[in-house]
Design a protein around this ligand. Sequence first.
Ligand SMILES: C[S@@+](CC[C@H](N)C(=O)[O-])C[C@H]1O[C@@H](n2cnc3c(N)ncnc32)[C@H](O)[C@@H]1O
Length: 244
Amino acid sequence: MKFVIPKLPFTLSLFLSLSFLIVFFFAFPSTFLRHSLSSSSVVVADEGIRIRHHGYASYEAYIQHQLKKTQNPKLREVWTTRDWDRKVRVFSTFFRRLKERGLLSNGSKALSIGARVGQEVAALRLIGVEDSVGIDLVPRPPLVVKGDFHAQPFDAETFDFEFSNVFDHALYPEKFVGEIERTLKPGGVCVIHVSIHGKTDKYSANDLYSVKPLVNLFKRSKVVEVRKIDGFGLDTEIVFRKNV
Ligand SMILES: C[S@@+](CC[C@H](N)C(=O)[O-])C[C@H]1O[C@@H](n2cnc3c(N)ncnc32)[C@H](O)[C@@H]1O
């Protein structure tokens, strides 16, 4: 007996399957993207954040990887000359807006985490927040002192305001956030710039697919605002206030 598969039902079922896949992709993009990443990565904290282990043999190996770019003399020359004014200007615009909203003031003691050569600290000082400092693996006094953001070199409840656009460099996101909440004063404000689902580079240590996992890491703070921004490849600003 000849078995004939009717053409229309097959075409129809193919069409329906493809439509289902397309709808599912747009509804749950992270499901697809998670599986397309390297198998050495693991999801932590929640759906939507992935740590890139890069096969680091040790914590020191991670630090050395970060230092490779930050210590590059040619790049440091560019960051401190050609890039300087533009970056200070853009950071100043972000910080001025926070001042207008009452989230930062000239009296704030401010910290910038992962400040590299210190443009963001220069911007804070430029707009009048004089008691400002940055930390990075490589110091650049007087704007930036040496400090690992997984273990900030400051006492508890030191700062009124903390800013960072380097969350993606954290190998241990829960420590990165834990340290912010430890060193912020009660009622203090933390502003984080991240790229959701977007541009990161080979020095990034994690990938973030929504703000939810970051928000969930802040155990002692409330979200004040989440908004879209255009900040050196980062697209989202999240403002937190530590509980009193
Ligand atoms: C993408 S750069 C951002 C620099 C700066 N915030 C800016 O916008 O110009 C990331 C910075 O994070 C620093 N960094 C990476 N891991 C760190 C760690 N564990 N502790 C402190 N800083 C770290 C790097 O040295 C580098 O300067």
